[in-house]
Design a protein around this ligand. Structure first.
Ligand SMILES: [Fe+2]
Length: 190
């Protein structure tokens, strides 16, 4: 992946897969959840990385000259080399997490009828879908600059590990009609 535009496309595809994976997981493991509400929550996944105008970012007290995704793209495909770079990456990740946490808080304010238990289930579904996609997306190893460990081996929580195993087993079936970033497509399009 060479351009920021390609990186944005890669983020969009990841977000779409998280929605599909999360819904599939909920249908089988969380039958009491309202799928429509869950779907609108899942579409907010990695929202911070889609923000490319200062007006929307101002709302989150974000005041860096580059957009969050632009700062992340600087580390695409490599791990930080110096202490300064490590701090820079931590800073970007903290900013991204702060925005996404706020986005979730806003969502649950709008859906004040959802109990803590339901909110917790929403977070679990999102987290497992995100981790499983990150570990099985063929582009992830390139993005992070190192081979990926399966989510089910990475997560500490035994319940989340069980959910991850189920999702990993069904991953290819659930994502079969969805796109993945493919550097070849970009080459052909040029
Ligand atoms: Fe994600």
């Amino acid at each position: 992946m060479r351009t920021f535009k390609e990186f944005q496309h890669h983020i969009d595809l990841h977000r779409e897969r998280v929605v599909k994976l999360g819904l599939a997981l909920a249908k089988t493991h969380f039958p009491a959840l309202n799928l429509k509400t869950l779907e609108s929550f899942l579409w907010l996944h990695d929202h911070s990385k889609t923000l490319t105008n200062y007006q929307s970012l101002k709302k989150y007290e974000y005041n860096h000259s580059l957009f969050p995704a632009e700062r992340l793209f600087e580390f695409y495909g490599r791990t930080p080399k110096t202490n300064e770079e490590t701090l820079q990456l931590i800073d970007v990740v903290n900013d991204i997490n702060a925005i996404d946490e706020e986005v979730c808080v806003e969502f649950f304010k709008l859906h004040a009828d959802l109990s803590w238990g339901i909110q917790d289930a929403f977070y679990t579904v999102e987290k497992v879908a995100d981790l499983v996609d990150r570990s099985l997306d063929p582009m992830a190893a390139e993005e992070f600059g190192h081979p990926m460990i399966l989510a089910s081996e990475f997560v500490q929580d035994p319940y989340m590990a069980t959910l991850s195993i189920w999702l990993e087993t069904h991953y290819h079936q659930i994502t079969k009609d969805l796109s993945f970033s493919n550097p070849l497509c970009y080459k052909l399009a040029e």
